[in-house]
Design a protein. Structure first.
Length: 274
């Protein structure tokens, strides 16, 4: 079993490196604090984890907190503690020497997810539930720009953004509001062409990949990756089928452009075109 998992890792890293050398000329660029701003540090087991939202990141942070001795079990850690408690250090918080030392000696990992599925998961989480950041900041701007005859109420609250409008915003070169980590490219968040990751896990095979990784770093035997869904736990997880229902609302041209938008992520992480 371990042997086949090692094989899968080798293959994922090969595809990633080949894509980088084919499309990116910047392989030898200097790594700046910006490039490592999404990387979390766990010094005890010497792990660097690049956070990709909607690909198990809350549960990964829980695991890192347990490894670090900040909690005894992943079950005890609330969502807000994970994201707003500032218990975990980020790599950009260290000086140049500290950053390079860790990049050169720690186990660097990231977990990814099929790009369209990740996008739909983010949309459902941020726009289909009450949210006092995404509705006023993104929702208002999206509705006022892309909805013809928007009601005063919709313009005031920014609630009720439709998937089609969200995609218009995403594909608009003159976006009314900036990018957000929940729908940015993994390629941009984690700079995999600049940082040579040791381990590439996939959301689709999360349990197997996560527990293999924990085995590799010598984590305590009783620590396994949590299975629970962190937010809106009574709601079905975003599946390929649900993703398809959302993308069915778009025109073929919008679907194609959305694919082009995430083209590098599809290529680099070997996901087939939907």
């Amino acid at each position: 079993k371990w042997k086949s998992l090692y094989q899968i890792q080798r293959e994922r890293k090969r595809v990633m490196r080949e894509t980088c050398s084919k499309y990116k000329s910047n392989n030898r660029r200097i790594i700046t604090p910006y490039h490592v701003s999404r990387i979390f540090v766990e010094d005890k087991y010497r792990v660097l984890y690049c956070e990709v939202p909607k690909a198990g990141c809350s549960n990964w942070k829980r695991v890192l907190m347990v490894l670090n001795g900040l909690a005894s079990s992943t079950k005890d850690i609330q969502h807000n503690t994970v994201h707003y408690g500032n218990y975990l250090k980020r790599l950009d918080g260290f000086d140049h020497k500290g950053i390079y030392h860790r990049l050169n000696t720690y186990t660097k990992m990231l977990f990814i997810r099929e790009p369209f599925e990740k996008l739909v998961s983010a949309f459902r989480d941020k726009f289909e539930h009450p949210n006092n950041y995404y509705h006023p900041v993104f929702g208002k701007a999206i509705i006022s720009r892309y909805r013809v005859n928007a009601t005063k109420e919709a313009l005031r609250t920014g609630s009720g953004v439709q998937f089609k409008e969200f995609i218009q915003y995403l594909l608009d070169v003159h976006r009314p509001v900036g990018m957000d980590i929940h729908w940015d490219h993994v390629n941009r968040l984690c700079s995999p062409c600049l940082i040579d990751y040791d381990f590439v896990g996939k959301f689709e095979s999360m349990e197997e990949d996560a527990n293999f990784f924990l085995h590799l770093i010598g984590a305590p035997q009783n620590l396994t990756f949590p299975k629970f869904k962190d937010r809106h736990s009574n709601e079905e997880r975003t599946t390929p089928k649900i993703t398809q229902q959302y993308f069915a609302q778009l025109s073929p041209a919008q679907r194609q452009r959305s694919y082009d938008f995430y083209y590098m992520d599809y290529l680099m992480f070997n996901y087939s075109k939907p």
